[in-house]
Design a protein around this ligand. Structure first.
Ligand SMILES: Nc1ncnc2c1ncn2[C@@H]1O[C@H](COP(=O)(O)OP(=O)(O)OP(=O)(O)O)[C@@H](O)[C@H]1O
Ligand SMILES: [Mg+2]
Length: 386
């Protein structure tokens, strides 16, 4: 039986939108457009979860929350507060009023789904029935060149093999395909061959023969380091067709998008369900990252799909503190990858990702944690969802 979710918002458009998203995930939806109506429906309709807007004219969300908690019938129902505000104070007020979690508006469907799912799971509601599988897309983009983008992409893809998924990694950097080198594959024209085709011809049958099976368990669509390959003139549509097709072949597919935004990556990042932004902890890289983040996700639109990863490529006794980096970026950090110069070097020579050859070292455990998070978020998404 579908779980019932009560959505409370005075804004009808917002009610409709959220309702639709949740229905697509198989939930039954009940709506209320005022605090008073919410209290009535909460006791009469017995929802499994309440999603509550904070700013409503008759009674604000905090008050609704307090009253729900004060009533024996409605006390156990988990509550997610929905707010346009992102201030810490508001979150605190929400939690104090008794909310279980909060979401900021506008919300990415994936984030909504994953919060709803995890709050329901914690409240002991029966799990939803399994959804049909499809592969998600993960983009990896560097704030600037040489910050460790390819190393992160490669290890995240490899870490998915231990989740018995079928990851594919793809390298869009024609003529600069260091990914192939890191995997010990020197002849690797797969991506160039595919992108030389017209977009309409880029289908699974065109891509599959170009995939390299790597010993780590992943498959790879590689670029070469032959500089002439960089001259291949491919269209945005061809690049988008590669992403679209790999989505159906890999679970997930991970894309090395290189560094900085260009016309291709500006188009491609939108196709990514999850986006890892790789940053170096120095002032120039942080400024570039900040600017890029504003292009990718304007401030305030917290979709939850961005994962900022700082790679410390050099061991140093002076490290920029976590919160200073967050302040400089105006964005939360997901992970800090420690320096491991010798190990990274040896792994590249051996053509084996570090997470598979040396799973116990700090850099590998950080990547594994990041991968867990990505895995959870992708799992919360359903087929054909933007
Ligand atoms: N955690 C780390 N510790 C030490 N060295 C690292 C680390 N991660 C990556 N490196 C090294 O830094 C260099 C750049 O890494 P990588 O190629 O992954 O970066 P990139 O951003 O993809 O570079 P490019 O812009 O050239 O594609 C490589 O020599 C790599 O071995
Ligand atoms: Mg690279």
């Amino acid at each position: 039986m579908a779980e019932k979710i009560l959505i409370v918002d005075d804004d009808l458009d917002s009610l409709k939108l959220i309702g639709l998203m949740l229905q697509r995930h198989g939930y039954e939806v009940v709506a209320a457009n005022s605090g008073t109506q919410a209290l009535a429906k909460a006791s009469n309709d017995h929802p499994n979860l309440i999603i509550l807007d904070v700013m409503m004219p008759d009674m604000d969300g905090y008050e609704v929350c307090r009253r729900l908690r004060a009533n024996n019938d409605t006390r156990p129902i988990p509550i997610i507060m929905f707010t346009a505000k992102t201030l810490v104070d508001d979150k605190v007020a929400g939690f104090e009023a008794g909310a279980d979690d909060y979401l900021t508006k506008p919300t990415h469907p994936a984030e909504l789904a994953s919060r709803v799912k995890s709050v329901l799971a914690r409240s002991g509601a029966p799990p939803k029935k399994a959804e049909p599988q499809r592969g998600g897309t993960i983009g990896v983009i560097g704030a600037k060149g040489g910050v460790g983008t390819t190393t992160v992409a490669l290890n995240v893809a490899a870490a998915f093999t231990s989740k018995s998924e079928k990851p594919i990694i793809a390298d869009f950097r024609l003529g600069a395909g260091s990914l192939g080198l890191f995997l010990g594959v020197s002849q690797s024209y797969g991506m160039g061959n595919v992108l030389s085709k017209p977009a309409a011809d880029i289908r699974a049958s065109a891509i599959e023969p170009e995939l390299v099976n790597h010993q780590s368990g992943m498959r790879a669509l590689l670029s070469s380091i032959r500089s002439k390959e960089a001259l291949i003139n491919f269209s945005h549509d061809a690049a988008a067709a590669v992403v679209k097709t790999l989505r159906t072949l890999g679970n997930p597919s991970v894309f090395d998008l290189g560094s900085g935004l260009n016309t291709i990556t500006t188009r491609l990042h939108r196709e990514m369900d999850q986006l890892i932004v790789v940053v170096e902890p120095n002032p120039a890289a942080l400024l570039m990252a900040r600017d890029m983040l504003q292009e990718i996700e304007p401030p305030g639109s917290k979709t939850g799909r961005i994962h900022i990863v700082v790679v410390n490529r050099v061991q140093s006794s002076v490290q920029t503190p976590w919160h200073e980096i967050e302040q400089a970026l105006g964005h939360e950090l997901r992970s800090i990858i420690p320096a491991a110069h010798d190990q990274v070097f040896q792994a590249a020579r051996a053509g084996t990702p570090l997470v598979t050859s040396q799973p116990g070292i700090p850099i590998s455990t950080q990547i594994a944690k990041l991968t867990d998070e990505l895995h959870t978020r992708l799992k919360a998404m359903v087929p054909n969802e933007a």
